[in-house]
Write a protein that binds this ligand. Structure first.
Ligand code: DGL
Length: 267
């Protein structure tokens, strides 16, 4: 049999998780859905995000998916519990790399960067309280960075300025570890590295999420049969966004070396 996984995000951010999943499960079928019509999720209310997740979960079920990945921190913190009680397949969310950051930091100083919704969530704050031990963990948020990344390359100058602003705060806090707690942010990791240099380690959770998807689907490379073995042949990418948003999705797919055409899908 062929394992099929549905991966969703409000936009292009989930592609960082998708990339890790395709690496860990090369012969699985993967359906990526970008809910761009409703992006950014940070502008929606919690019930609106919950409704979108259930709607997309039902769609993944209809498409024969064996598991659903919520490749978005904002959606995970707001409504993963509701989604899990609403659909019948395993649901994997994103957990910011707070635990490894707190055990890794030598200077006992960590910065966590997220969207304002994730920053204010009890889920992120509980996670930090559970793992911080003697580390000083500051939460930073950006109301614009995910949205700007969704519009690259047009928004490149604004992205650069926003990353520079954030990095000044990280350096001010004397952090030696930065946790990227929004799946969009690893797409511009090079910008962070440029301002932070080698003294600050940047952590993001895509490899851990992919490992969890392998576990919940009992994926086994030897037993997973995909008709064509061509690279990424099992990858389908869909979006309900407008033409410009579809083009941004294609841009990032190409940047990440993921060969798939973006199809328009109304959900
Ligand atoms: N990639 C999403 C996240 O991880 C972005 C959220 C949004 O659309 O506001 O939080």
């Amino acid at each position: 049999m062929t394992i099929k996984v549905g991966v969703m995000d409000s936009g292009v951010g989930g592609l960082t998780i998708l990339k890790a999943i395709t690496g860990a499960m090369p012969s699985a079928e993967i359906l990526y859905f970008a809910d761009q019509k409703y992006a950014p999720y940070g502008n929606l209310t919690a019930p609106e995000i919950a409704e979108r997740l259930v709607r997309i979960g039902e769609y993944f079920l209809q498409q024969g998916c064996h598991a659903m990945v919520v490749a978005c921190n904002t959606a995970t913190v707001v409504s993963i519990h509701h989604l899990r009680s609403s659909i019948q397949i395993p649901v994997v969310g994103v957990e910011p790399a707070v635990k490894p950051a707190c055990s890794y930091t030598r200077k006992k100083s960590v910065s966590v960067l997220s969207t304002p919704v994730t920053a204010a969530s009890s889920r992120l704050n509980d996670l930090i309280n559970a793992w911080r031990q003697d580390a000083d963990v500051e939460i930073l948020s950006s109301a614009t960075l995910a949205f700007l990344i969704d519009h690259m390359p047009t928004s490149q100058v604004e992205v650069n300025l926003e990353v520079q602003r954030i990095c000044a705060q990280v350096l001010d806090h004397r952090s030696d570890t930065l946790v990227l707690a929004c799946t969009h942010y690893p797409l511009v990791r090079a910008y962070f590295e440029q301002y932070l240099g080698e003294a600050v380690s940047i952590l993001e959770p895509s490899v851990g999420v992919a490992a969890q998807v392998v576990r919940v689907t009992s994926y086994n490379e030897a037993n997973n049969l995909l008709v064509s073995q061509a690279e990424n042949s099992g990858l389908m990418v869909q979006s309900n966004g407008n033409q410009a948003q579809l083009e941004a999705l294609s841009h990032w797919l190409e940047e990440l070396g993921l060969a798939a055409q973006v199809k328009s899908q109304v959900i």
